[in-house]
Every structure is written in structure tokens, then in C-alpha cells.
Design a protein around this ligand. Structure first.
Ligand code: 13P
Ligand code: SF4
Length: 303
């Protein structure tokens, strides 16, 4: 059944000139049919250089919006219309305007896990893989970082020369991991390297051997010879176990499951390709251009 559906999807890709992009948190059956897989940084930039006229995004809404911002001529479909990112919805534009008024003169840096509308009032975007590099390359010292307090506090520690003000946002999935869960995983697997995503709380990150984005974690886990404890969405551990069956990959926490990232199924992808499901991403041109400015800055400073 799965193979049959995958074959139909492969055929439709050719017939309808469609590229499939999948975030690394997607299930292995979706990663297998994707033209490109990766973290949010890679997915945001890769589509504009792909020849296909339509992109089906398997991930969450802000990722599909980012593809549309950079590739307005393409039809961009979010494979499952309900897949949002709760962190991206924790702040709206008015709240950012209020913060800007409270911190006049500060440069606003937004995690890419934000809505397109919110990006219109920000100066620059960052992703977890590029945040430290970008903020370090910015000439400005005073920075308002939104919305993720955990990624923000990780950046603060790397860049003590900057004055970074944080907001109180967080990823409800990563933020729920506890110190006790870390201690338990480490005491069960004392020789494994502990790899963690910077969306985890600061008190948990203290137990990490390596802190990095989804792509950084995957790269380290595939290249190193040590067994690893995976401190990000548990789909990553499943993918790694498939890619390196000679090594052991352990979960940091059984709770690291993002319901939004898990929503998309192969059937959703198939229906979106047929025009029978998913959601076409449409952005007001003024919103797109203003949001694009923050993403262009991310690309420029991240080079
Ligand atoms: P990455 O930037 O590592 O892809 O993370 C995106 C995300 O939503 C993590 O929860
Ligand atoms: Fe958003 Fe967290 Fe899910 Fe990533 S894991 S999409 S940050 S809710």
C-alpha cells in the first residue's frame, strides 16, 4: 500500500511538474519521496533554484510561507492545511510593535518560526543553524530577539558582546523536556554523545555535548562513530536509525513529538498534488515584499 502510493506520487511529480520538500521531522515514508529534505534554513532557500513550477511542502505553515516569499512565481502547497507551528502563533504583529516601542532603536531579529505577517515588522530572520552567525555579523549591538527564549538564551551565551533582549516564547514540544529526563537518558547510556536542539530549555542544554539545528544534529550523528542520544523531535532518531543501522540512537525524551509535524501523511501529499487537499499559500504582495526583506537579510548575513 505504502509503496503503491509512493509510486503514484513519483509519477504525479513528473506529470504535474511538482517538487516535494520535506522537513527532517517528517516520517521516513515522506522523506523517501521528497526531492529535497532538510532543516528550516535549507527548505527556505532551496526551492527558488528548483525548476518545478509547483512545490508541495511537508512540514508546517511558516515553512510553506517562506518558500512562497522567496518564490512568488511558484504555486506553493502546504500538504496538510492544519499543520501550523504553535511557537509561530505565540506572537502577533501588534505585540511586536508594542515591544519595538518599549525598546526604541533595537534591531528586531526573528526566528524563522514566525508568520509571514510578523516578519513584515522585523529587520532580519534567523534559523537555528544560522542564528549565532547572523547576529554576530550584524553591526548593531542592541537586538530584540523573538519569539524563542530558549534559542535566544543560547545565542546570548555565544555572543556576550551583544545586548540581546528576549521575549517569552518557546516551542511547547522542546520546552517540555526536563532535567530528570536528561539525567535518566544519560545514566542509561553513559557513553552516548548527547545532541540537542537549541529550542530546549537552558537548564537542559547544560547536559549537551553538541548543540545544533536539526541539520547539525543529523550531520554529527551520521558522521561520528559514537552512539548518540537525540535531543530533538523523535522522528530524527527514527531516520538516523534507518540510515546507520550499525549505531545506536536513543531518545532524550519520549515526549519530543510535534503533533503538527506529525500531521502530514503520504495520502495528504497525494491529495495535495491532485488538487484535492492541502492548502495553496497566497500572500498579499505588500506583506510578501516586507517579509522578504527580513529573509533576504538572513541570506546576506548568513553567507
Ligand atoms: P530547524 O531550524 O532545526 O529545522 O528547526 C525547525 C523547528 O521547527 C524545530 O522545532
Ligand atoms: Fe514548532 Fe516546536 Fe513543532 Fe518545531 S517542533 S514546528 S518549533 S511546535
Amino acid at each position: 500500500m505504502k509503496k503503491e502510493l509512493q509510486q503514484k506520487i513519483q509519477q504525479l511529480k513528473q506529470e504535474k511538474d511538482i517538487a516535494i520538500l520535506a522537513h527532517s521531522y517528517q516520517s521516513v515514508d515522506i522523506l523517501e519521496i521528497a526531492d529535497q529534505t532538510g532543516d528550516s534554513f535549507k527548505l527556505s532557500v532551496v526551492a527558488k533554484d528548483m525548476p518545478q513550477s509547483t512545490v508541495v511542502l511537508c512540514g508546517v505553515r511558516f515553512m510553506a510561507e517562506t518558500v512562497k516569499i522567496l518564490s512568488p512565481q511558484k504555486t506553493v502547497l502546504l500538504a496538510n492545511a492544519d499543520a501550523g507551528c504553535p511557537m509561530a502563533e505565540q506572537m502577533d504583529k501588534d505585540l511586536v510593535e508594542q515591544l519595538k516601542a518599549a525598546y526604541p532603536g533595537y534591531t528586531v531579529a526573528a526566528y524563522i518560526n514566525t508568520t509571514a505577517e510578523l516578519k513584515t515588522v522585523c529587520d532580519v530572520c534567523v534559523t537555528s543553524s544560522s542564528a549565532v552567525k547572523i547576529l554576530s555579523a550584524m553591526p548593531e549591538k542592541d537586538i530584540l530577539f523573538i519569539p524563542d527564549k530558549n534559542l535566544g538564551s543560547f545565542i546570548q551565551k555565544q555572543l556576550p558582546e551583544k545586548n540581546i533582549v528576549l521575549w517569552d516564547g518557546y516551542c511547547p514540544v522542546h520546552n517540555a523536556v526536563t532535567i530528570d529526563e536528561c539525567k535518566a537518558a544519560i545514566s542509561l547510556h553513559p557513553n552516548a554523545k548527547v545532541l540537542m536542539h537549541p529550542e530546549l530549555p537552558a537548564e537542559v542544554l547544560k547536559f549537551a555535548d553538541v548543540i545544533g539545528s536539526t541539520a547539525d544534529i543529523i550531520r554529527y550523528a551520521l558522521d561520528s562513530e559514537e552512539d548518540c542520544i537525540i535531543g530533538t523531535e523523535n522522528a530524527v532518531r527514527n531516520y538516523l536509525a534507518q540510515m546507520r543501522p550499525d549505531k545506536q540512537f536513543y531518545l532524550l525524551s519520549k515526549g519530543l513529538i510535534c503533533p503538527d509535524m506529525r500531521m502530514t501523511t503520504l495520502t495528504d501529499v497525494y491529495h495535495a498534488m491532485l488538487g484535492q487537499g492541502g492548502q495553496k499559500i497566497c500572500l498579499d504582495e505588500e506583506v510578501r515584499l516586507k517579509a522578504k526583506h527580513a529573509i533576504d537579510e538572513m541570506i546576506r548575513l548568513g553567507r
